[in-house]
Design a protein around this ligand. Structure first.
Ligand code: NAI
Length: 362
């Protein structure tokens, strides 16, 4: 995601963003961006990412792309929620989180009066969310002050349902017994995913740039480790990218040796319009990420909307049916990505905001 131009309004117009706000907090040095892509279906729920970006333009590109994805994720999951996301621009890689920084971010989030609701993303955990919650009630995913906890196990579970839909679409048994699954990234989601797949009898290969995380997965689940360079092209039934975005480009797509790509990473395709077509031409079935990884959003949005745990569980299980529909629709579309985006856009065009109190972002 390096080397993007700033061109803020041009990108907003192209992607259809309602609102993008930059914030600098003098006391803590916090530099953050909140992007609200759409509030057409409801308030915009989406995580806060802490990351060291090479340039401000890269941070802007990331937050715009991620927030747009949240709109489609909520709509595809049939949730009355919009799409938003925020990024914190770290001064250097691995910059440690602090309560002061999180509270400054919480004050920024509070200025949106609920049109944007923050949660976890890469670099942000439930403790960080609870620190933000000291300054705003518009956060989800904490454990003490705000509610919901870590959404990762729910994201992992949803990804398993997505894998089942892919197997069924190919006319294969939907049991994982004997399948080889390569998981790139054994962080929050990846670790839970590996545990579920091993439980279901899959042979799992893992990789992470963090050696300790690989060792933890190997020790706990007896899985095989591969290097970060090998994992993407490992020979397997399913490749599950669960690290960062942009890991599959047209070039890497041609080198994959899997039958299915289904994982949790947001924006796993570098250029989804082009790369999803290359995957199809390679005979690889791609589960669009924003459909496959909606479990965590469904859990937090479900709690926010007052759903019961049973209703939330049913909706996460519904990812299997939603994806099955997308895969069927894709037979008469250029790619599964186009079919998934079309489903989301139809729901946005048709849908109206729920009865719940909403604040428009515009
Ligand atoms: P995380 O930060 O806990 O885990 C990501 C892992 O990927 C880390 O262990 C990191 O060392 C590893 N990694 C980074 N680059 C790598 C590379 N080149 N090769 C191998 N490993 C690499 O993040 P989390 O929460 O597990 O999220 C993973 C992905 O899923 C992200 O793209 C996130 O946006 C997405 N996602 C997460 C959700 C959640 O509930 N946590 C919900 C929906 C999407």
């Amino acid at each position: 995601m390096n080397g993007h131009a700033m061109n803020t309004f041009g990108q907003m117009v192209e992607r259809g963003h309602e609102r993008v706000c930059f914030h600098y907090d003098e006391e803590t040095g916090l530099r953050a961006i909140v992007a609200i892509h759409s509030t057409k279906l409801g308030n915009a729920l989406g995580g806060t990412r802490r990351w060291h970006y090479a340039t401000e333009a890269d941070a802007l590109y990331d937050v715009l792309r991620l927030s747009e994805g949240m709109t489609y994720k909520a709509a595809a999951a049939d949730l009355p929620m919009g799409g938003g996301k925020s990024v914190i621009l770290l001064p250097k890689p691995g910059y440690r989180p602090s309560e002061a920084e999180a509270r400054a971010m919480g004050r920024f989030v509070d200025t949106f009066n609920g049109a944007y609701i923050a949660a976890e993303d890469v670099g942000v955990d439930p403790q960080y969310v609870d620190w933000m919650a000291k300054e705003t009630r518009h956060v989800m995913g904490g454990e003490t002050i705000s509610t919901g906890g870590d959404p990762s196990p729910y994201t992992a579970r949803g990804t398993v349902y997505a894998m089942r839909a892919c197997l069924a679409h190919l006319g294969r048994p939907t049991s994982f017994d004997g399948l080889t699954i390569a998981v790139q990234g054994v962080g929050h989601v990846g670790h839970y995913l590996v545990s579920m797949l091993v439980e279901e009898g899959a042979k799992v290969i893992v990789s992470d740039i963090d050696r300790e995380r690989v060792e933890r997965a190997v020790d706990e689940f007896g899985v095989t480790a591969a290097s970060p360079e090998e994992i993407i092209t490992a020979e397997c039934d399913i490749l599950a990218p669960c690290a960062l975005g942009g890991v599959i480009s047209a070039n890497t797509a041609r080198k994959l040796r899997c039958r299915i790509v289904a994982g949790a990473a947001n924006n796993m395709l570098d250029d989804p319009d082009e790369d999803a077509v290359v995957l199809r031409n390679q005979g690889i079935l791609y589960a669009p990420d924003f459909v496959a990884n909606a479990g965590g959003l469904i859990r937090l949005a479900g709690l926010y909307l007052g759903m019961t745990e049973a209703q939330i569980d049913r909706k996460i299980a519904g990812i299997e049916d939603t994806l099955a529909q997308v895969l069927r629709d894709a037979e008469s579309a250029p790619s599964t990505y186009v079919a998934a985006t079309a489903l989301a856009k139809q729901r946005i065009a048709r849908g109206s905001r729920s009865d719940k109190e909403q604040v428009h972002a515009g």
